[in-house]
Design a protein. Structure first.
Length: 570
């Protein structure tokens, strides 16, 4: 009988198919990471995808490696890797044969566009969302024939919901988009911040001769009174947005985390009406406010929360190297003269003339700082075409970081030598994290299993649950082939190590836990490294209910990953 040894203090027991089922190893506390099986040469490279456009928004091609400068935390870094991707076809660095051919060649996996279309059901109106989906469907019909995209579709409201895993087959998109169009949208119930001075004028007369304003002596003009009253309204709206933002921002964050360990040109294409990610300066639109300090403080507090959401989302997207492109379903507002207030103000659909529009500058910066673009054009079909053009042509710059994987966040800056009036899109930071941390980030997202490529075949074997009151103990194993693993072989036999991850989600898609441990496999010299094998996980202890369990197995020597998902009912 084949014997596969188990290192002490590990969470998992290993057995061959022919062995009797083994009991899980006892857990005495947190398991420390063992020393690597072999010392690997540090070949980590930070990749920065840069889109260069001219003054008219057209991609600039023909630039060389020497045209670029890359800085990390203000210090210039030598560029070690350089590729130019033009119209979704790849050229390598100077002196290396190009991959461009008359007949389009398959795009290498590391440059292939992986697009997650995220439809916002919370901040987009139903009409605007469905109009955008119509244009998206037309765009897919016209631009997905070459197979240079992989596309997934999800919606976000209080949570993120995957409707279509990554695919290059456009035929399956029609049904999914139709389902979204027929679903509800909460966008109409969550209006953006506006300042309706015209409505306020009905409350505060233009000539308050017979009114007692002694309680607001500090304000000496009607404009300041209007500004103060508008502050109350803004504060209430901002507080409401802060509550909803706590939910929707978490869903968008989970979406970008799902990109963490996948390859390719990773893009989150967010279709939304308005995203509550803070204002430029909430206090700048209010008088000196000494009589309304509590409301100004509330306004500043809620706005700072929204700004914190934006900053967190930027860092999460940059940690996954995923660019956020934002397509507005509401378009650019028009301008009209407000007679009551006496100055030009934009008009928004459903908002009275004289109201200030929602502040879209934070959405612009959210997209820009992740290497994407905010596209608020009134013709959505042009926005999709612009997205396709920009994402198909870019430069990939790589350098070796001057530090180990320190889990820190580092700032990036890219310049083109000699100012030429170009606009550059690239992520403005990255997180120096290990493969393990990226894997756990990915598996903590409800979309992670669908976005993570699997290069090994793994299946789950569930035992009969043992119930103890309202909880159940569920035996679980992961089965795979020994041939799928890489081994170190010498006179002592063959050995390798598996990193095993378990992620559990509730029925609403919320992650309950992500656990990780190690399993050493040792094969004696007279035994073979072929045949089936099972990894016995510690039994899952869960309350009665429905769950989704994701198990990922990573080979330490090759970083190949096998992933399996299964729904369980207890």
């Amino acid at each position: 009988m084949r014997h596969i040894a188990i290192a002490a203090a590990l969470l998992f027991a290993i057995s061959s198919q022919s062995q009797q089922s083994s009991q899980p190893a006892p857990v005495a506390g947190p398991v420390a990471a063992p020393a690597p099986l072999v010392e690997k040469i540090d070949v980590s490279v930070v990749n920065v995808e840069v889109t260069v456009t001219d003054r008219h928004g057209q991609p600039v091609t023909g630039l060389k490696q020497d045209d670029f400068e890359v800085f990390e935390d203000g210090k210039q870094q030598p560029i070690s890797n350089f590729y130019a991707v033009e119209n979704a076809q790849v050229q390598s660095g100077p002196g290396i044969e190009t991959i461009k051919e008359t007949i389009p060649a398959p795009v290498p996996e590391r440059f292939r566009r992986k697009v997650l279309v995220l439809i916002d059901n919370l901040w987009a109106t139903g009409h605007g969302r469905n109009a955008a989906l119509d244009k998206l469907e037309s765009f897919v019909n016209e631009h997905f024939d070459d197979g240079r995209y992989d596309v997934a579709i999800a919606t976000v409201d209080n949570h993120v919901h995957l409707l279509l895993p990554m695919t290059s087959d456009k035929k399956v998109l029609h049904e999914v988009l139709s389902r979204i169009r027929n679903s509800g949208s909460r966008g109409a119930n969550t209006a953006p911040i506006v300042r309706d001075e015209m409505a306020l004028a009905n409350v505060v007369p233009e000539n308050p001769v017979n009114n007692d304003f002694s309680g607001v002596r500090h304000f000496q003009t009607q404009e300041k009174v209007l500004a103060a009253l508008a502050n109350f309204n803004e504060s209430a709206n901002l507080a409401q947005q802060s509550i909803f933002a706590d939910q929707s921002m978490e869903g968008i964050t989970e979406a970008v985390r799902a990109f963490g360990t996948s390859e390719g040109r990773k893009i989150l294409l967010l279709v939304t009406g308005y995203l509550p990610v803070g204002t430029v300066s909430p206090l700048s639109r209010v008088g000196d406010g000494q009589q309304y300090d509590s409301h100004i403080q509330d306004l500043a507090h809620d706005d700072s929360r929204l700004v914190a959401y934006r900053d967190r989302l930027v860092r999460e997207a940059n940690a996954s190297n995923a660019s956020i492109y934002i397509i507005s379903t509401e378009g650019i507002v028009e301008t009209a003269t407000d007679v009551g207030v006496g100055r030009d103000q934009p008009i928004i659909a459903g908002v009275a003339a004289g109201s200030s529009p929602q502040d879209t500058a934070p959405m612009y910066w959210l997209a820009r700082e992740t290497g994407g673009v905010f596209m608020p054009g009134n013709r959505i079909e042009r926005s999709f075409i612009d997205f396709d053009r920009r994402s198909a042509s870019f430069y990939s710059l790589g350098y070796r970081p001057p530090h180990p994987e320190d889990t820190g966040y580092h700032r990036l800056s890219v310049h083109v030598k000699g100012y030429r009036g170009y606009q550059l899109q690239y992520r403005e930071g990255y997180s120096s994290t290990s493969t393990d941390l990226q894997m756990m980030r990915t598996l903590g997202s409800p979309l992670g299993a669908a976005m993570q490529p699997s290069t090994m075949t793994v299946s789950l074997i569930l035992g009969k649950p043992l119930y103890h009151g309202i909880t159940a103990l569920l035996p679980i194993k992961a089965a795979m082939s020994m041939e799928a693993l890489q081994y170190i072989t010498d006179t002592r036999g063959s050995r390798t190590r598996l990193h095993v991850y378990v992620s559990i989600f509730d029925p609403d898609g919320r992650n309950i836990t992500v656990a990780k441990s190690f399993a050493d496999i040792v094969v004696q010299p007279n035994e073979t490294t072929t045949g089936p094998m099972t990894v016995t996980l510690p039994p899952l202890m869960l309350a009665k209910g429905t769950y989704r369990v994701v198990v990922a197995v990573r080979d330490e020597l090759t970083d190949h990953v096998g992933l399996v998902t299964q729904k369980i009912n207890l």
